[in-house]
Design a protein around this ligand. Structure first.
Ligand code: DAH
Length: 338
């Protein structure tokens, strides 16, 4: 029995408990009712009296050792198990925030402009980004080989097909298919062969508007745009119209608004003029109406077009056009609440 006790003692010492299951295996092998130590206790009953003292003490020592090892292992695993559980779920932690995306600033501005014109009865329309010469140029009174075509550096796909350089092409498509009166707002992406910089990109976004009916006048144009600007930028904004040139409008104008930052006093945003250029507009040239099958003797109309990037730059203080297109989450996240 002495050797047996020595053997079990060694086994207890060398038993490796590295996983939770081994804790129970250890208990079954040594401490359970049918375990090895209990066997020895059974044998102990028949040990001669003179050896009982010595062997009994030893037996108890070994049992205690096993008991201690088992308890230690148990508490160790209980602890790490709890630790694991904590990683899985801890009900006392604050709830994780849901990730909510944000709308792109250009979408925000586009939607806002559309909403304002909707209130005036303008309907939404779209056209293709790959456009033919007729809709992008010829029907808009840019004659073939006319220098006005050089106003916009065009990406040509073939001799007759190009990426549209402006949303004015959608005007033509609408005039061709819709009966007059027409009142529409047409947003979209446009392309120009420009070197990319803080102020220019090879693609950008515009919003085009037209209103065609009997007796539409320049006064209607001015009042419509004045209302629009006040809705977009507030009541104190002033506007002014400067004569300009576009092949598809006659007369043509550009509209400026009083500088939003210095309120007209002069600052580096308005280059000390007090004014910011915001859009192009004019009365639709009779040649353009005619090209789309609308009688210029009976009908007249106005048109306007503006760059969305520019308006968003003014509204949100964006200084570099490229920020819109780099997909930088730190920039985009700032528009979360809008
Ligand atoms: N298409 C012009 C451009 O891209 C903008 C424009 C000017 C549109 C006058 C118009 C307009 O409808 O009447 O520069």
């Amino acid at each position: 029995m002495r050797e047996q006790l020595e053997k079990i003692k060694e086994q207890i010492e060398s038993f490796e408990i590295k996983q939770n299951e081994q804790v129970e295996a250890f208990r079954l092998k040594f401490l359970a009712k049918k375990g090895e130590l209990n066997d020895l206790f059974e044998q102990f009953k028949s040990v001669p009296v003179e050896m009982k003292k010595e062997l009994g003490a030893k037996l108890n020592q070994v049992k205690q050792k096993a008991q201690e090892k088992w308890e230690n292992a148990q508490s160790q695993f209980e602890h790490t198990q709890l630790g694991n559980k904590k990683n899985e779920i801890d009900l006392s932690l604050p709830a994780e925030e849901d990730f909510i995306g944000s709308r792109h600033p250009l979408t925000l501005v586009e939607n806002e402009v559309i909403e304002i014109f909707k209130k005036l009865g303008f309907v939404y329309s779209e056209g293709p980004e790959i456009e033919d010469d007729w809709h992008n140029f010829s029907a808009l009174n840019f004659p073939a080989n006319h220098p006005a075509r050089d106003m916009q550096d065009t990406f040509f796909i073939s001799e007759d097909i190009a990426l549209r350089t402006h949303t004015s092409s959608v005007q033509v498509r609408l005039m061709e298919k819709q009966p007059v009166p027409i009142r529409a707002i047409m947003p979209g992406r446009v392309y120009r062969n420009e070197a990319i910089s803080a102020r220019a990109n090879c693609f950008f976004h515009q919003i085009e508007g037209i209103y065609i009916d009997e007796k539409v006048s320049f006064a209607d144009l001015k009042q419509t745009l004045y209302y629009f600007i006040q809705e977009l930028f507030g009541q104190d904004v002033q506007v002014r119209f400067r004569p300009s040139y576009f092949p598809f409008t006659e007369p043509s104008a550009e509209m400026d608004i009083s500088c939003l930052l210095c309120k007209g006093k002069g600052c580096n945003v308005c280059k000390y003029t007090g004014w910011l250029e915001i859009l192009g507009c004019g009365m639709i040239d009779p040649n353009v109406l005619k090209a789309s099958g609308i009688d210029p003797e009976k009908y007249s109309g106005f048109a306007f077009g503006m760059g969305i990037e520019r308006i968003a730059m003014l509204k949100y203080g964006v200084k570099d056009l490229r920020t819109y297109f780099t997909n930088d989450i730190r920039f985009l996240e700032q528009f979360k609440s809008e």
